[in-house]
Design a protein. Structure first.
Length: 690
């Protein structure tokens, strides 16, 4: 390396002494800074020195100085230095073709500084002039093509992992240069000169996946967001048709590892809080001093990885195999030719009060869906602030996409594909957590339903999360539609679901005055009633046995007052002119079969009770009355109970994802705003290698 630098600038850390002021004090100034100063004064320091550019990129870059000098410039000053910016950008890209890795790293760092500096200075004022300032319109196509080709070469060629890593960081700097990713016109060159194949290659490579996987998924996810609602995005197309099993499994592993870290941290904190009276007191006092913002930030940090999971599931049907691919947490997830459907061995598992196992859980087979269900159970506990509400919303959107996918449902319902899913429950005074259900492996859909039941039971509060409830009910509905269609008889405690839904109706009615001011409670109530209608009309095709069907009728009869009051409330709103008149009328129509059951069986139960001189009946006695009077019950065949509107991001969810992506973009931008420390470490590593 010293031979290459022998023409002029000789050392990466070379400094010169300059006189500062009249007091003759001496100050150190880096040689690189002196060169930069010449650039910013409009000079061309390379003139007359044929080796200048080769030598320049052997010097350690001072990005802070470059960005600070750009910040000082006026608009006119920027334009006056256009030729110098173009020259420096061009030469940096040209240096990427060199063999010396130190030169390459320094050239990439220089490009990062120029991009950050120009974009920050030009925000909102220059538009396409940014490209002109950085590269020049005439040369932009060829220069950017060379730049992307070099990045692809580094990502796929035989180069140090640190260089591959820095190449991904450079892409992130470029992608996040504007707060609104769709306004970053330089990304047009990344659309036309794809890095998709290089990213996929690294995700499929077990050697690089752990070090590069996170940034590779991040880059891919962000590129998918570019003008996704305005024009054809090639990254969306390529991700949607990707069928590389190794790459998809690598993608899933990256997401799983990051979500697992969050789950593990949460479990550690929970275990500490349960480890004795004194420890609990110490933790409680300690938590008093943990800022709420810090807890929120830990959830917000997962927005990006959830967005990555969402895009993979939403766009690529092949990803369902990777989502449910079974592996043990300690092993690499190289996929087989088909999902592992073997039943996990029965292992002893000690379960804590919130339903979680001890370290022996680490030997249990798991998959990304197991990890994601556990994660969802954590973030759904508290949805009061915007960050956690949006995070929970994204979880429910992902679960909606899964619940309406035929193949995903077939895997989730497969009795041979069972897992222990640790679902966390919010501490509540009026209940004790049942731990028995977590001791056995079950089909994944049982855990999904448990999660929805838990959400329903634990969010009946003043700050009512209406939208989240609608999504939760939509997931339940989709699962039932699949079971009805495929005649799948799931062994599940359905009474828990029915009880949760009836309690939700009771809550809505008892808080009618407050809720009606903000929400259309009749839409919510109709969704609940239609879940019951599905059971009533088609339950004989998917409930596990006739007794379950009898128990459904028993619950409706037992809680008849709730349904009677719901009908009366809806009827009130249909008789007055108001914004909820139509939805209230639909609710009264949806209640027709439930009311028919109540009106048919209640008199017969009362008559049987009187005939046997009993003031109250046991459940078995009521069930006997129900079984003997099915034949005379007349129900109305309701249309479209097993139909649902398929999820579509556009147009309903466009505002949500636009805002989410902007927030994520700003967070990523901060994370790559200063790569100096990483740059220094890489230079030291490469120096030792050379």
């Amino acid at each position: 390396m010293s031979n290459e630098a022998s023409g002029g600038i000789k050392e990466k850390t070379h400094v010169i002494l300059l006189r500062k002021g009249s007091n003759s004090r001496m100050a150190l100034k880096e040689k690189i800074v002196q060169i930069y100063e010449a650039f910013f004064q409009g000079e061309d320091p390379s003139r007359g020195n044929a080796n200048f550019w080769d030598e320049l990129f052997l010097l350690k870059v001072n990005t802070q100085f470059i960005e600070a000098e750009i910040e000082k410039l006026s608009g006119e000053g920027l334009l006056n230095l256009k030729e110098n910016f173009n020259l420096l950008f061009y030469k940096a890209v040209e240096s990427l073709n060199q063999e010396n890795p130190i030169r390459i790293i320094n050239a990439l760092q220089t490009l990062c500084a120029l991009i950050r500096g120009i974009f920050r200075k030009s925000t909102g004022n220059y538009g396409f002039d940014i490209i002109n300032l950085l590269i020049g319109f005439d040369a932009a196509d060829s220069v950017m093509q060379n730049l992307v080709e070099s990045i692809n070469h580094f990502l796929t060629g035989d180069f140090p992992c640190s260089l591959k890593q820095f190449s991904l960081k450079f892409l992130l700097v470029l992608i996040t240069a504007t707060d609104n990713i769709s306004q970053n016109t330089m990304l047009e060159y990344i659309m036309n000169n794809s890095v998709f194949e290089s990213l996929i290659l690294n995700l499929g490579n077990q050697l690089f996946r752990l070090q590069l996987g996170h940034d590779a998924v991040l880059v891919l996810t962000m590129l998918v967001q570019y003008r996704k609602y305005e024009s054809a995005n090639p990254y969306i197309v390529k991700l949607s048709i990707l069928d590389d099993e190794l790459a998809l499994t690598g993608y899933a592993q990256v997401v799983s590892l990051l979500l697992s870290d969050f789950n593990r941290d949460y479990q550690t904190q929970t275990n500490e809080q349960q480890s004795g009276w004194f420890s609990s007191l110490a933790n409680m006092v300690g938590n008093m001093f943990v800022p709420e913002e810090k807890k929120i930030e830990s959830v917000k940090a997962n927005d990006l990885i959830l967005l990555s999971l969402y895009e993979a599931i939403h766009l690529n049907r092949n990803f369902i195999t990777a989502l449910t691919h079974s592996h043990t947490p300690s092993t690499a997830t190289t996929p087989p030719s088909s999902p592992v459907l073997s039943k996990p061995p029965a292992l002893d598992l000690q379960v804590t009060e919130n339903g979680n196992g001890d370290e022996s859980t680490a030997t249990q087979p798991t998959n990304l869906l197991v990890t994601f269900l556990e994660y969802s159970s954590i973030v759904m506990q508290d949805t009061k602030d915007t960050v956690r509400h949006n995070n929970a919303k994204l979880c429910l959107i992902i679960l909606t996409c899964i619940a309406e996918d035929q193949y995903a449902n077939s895997l989730m319902h497969d009795v041979n594909m069972t897992f222990r899913v640790p679902l966390h429950r919010m501490p509540m005074r009026h209940r004790k957590v049942k731990v028995e259900k977590y001791l056995t492996s079950r089909p994944l859909v049982a855990s999904l339903l448990d999660l929805m039941v838990e959400f329903t039971m634990s969010h009946m509060m003043k700050l009512f999360p209406m939208e989240l409830y609608l999504r939760s009910l939509g997931i339940i509905h989709r699962v039932l539609c699949y079971q009805k269609k495929c005649r799948v008889r799931l062994q599940y405690p359905w009474k828990e679901l029915w009880t949760a839904l009836i309690n939700l109706l009771k809550f809505v009615m008892s808080h009618e005055t407050a809720l009606i001011k903000k929400h259309d409670i009749f839409i919510l109530s109709s969704k609940v009633v239609n879940v019951f209608n599905l059971f009533v009309t088609y339950g004989d095709t998917f409930l596990p046995n006739p007794n379950s069907y009898d128990e459904l009728y028993y619950e409706i009869i037992r809680m008849h007052q709730v349904f009677d009051n719901l009908y009366s409330m809806a009827l009130r709103y249909t008789t007055t002119e108001g914004e909820y008149k139509d939805s209230a009328a639909r609710l009264t129509n949806n209640l027709v079969n439930v009311r028919a059951i109540i009106n048919h069986f209640t008199p017969k139960v009362d008559s049987w009770s009187a005939a046997n001189n009993l003031s109250s009946l046991t459940e078995d006695q009521v069930l006997e009355v129900v079984r003997s009077n099915y034949d005379t019950l007349t129900l109305k065949l309701q249309d479209n109970l097993d139909q649902f509107e398929r999820y579509s991001e556009k147009p309903k969810e466009t505002p949500f994802f636009t805002q989410l992506v902007r927030s994520i973009n700003c967070d990523v931008k901060k994370s790559v705003s200063n790569l100096s420390a990483q740059h220094h470490d890489m230079l030291m590593e490469l120096s030792h290698v050379s």
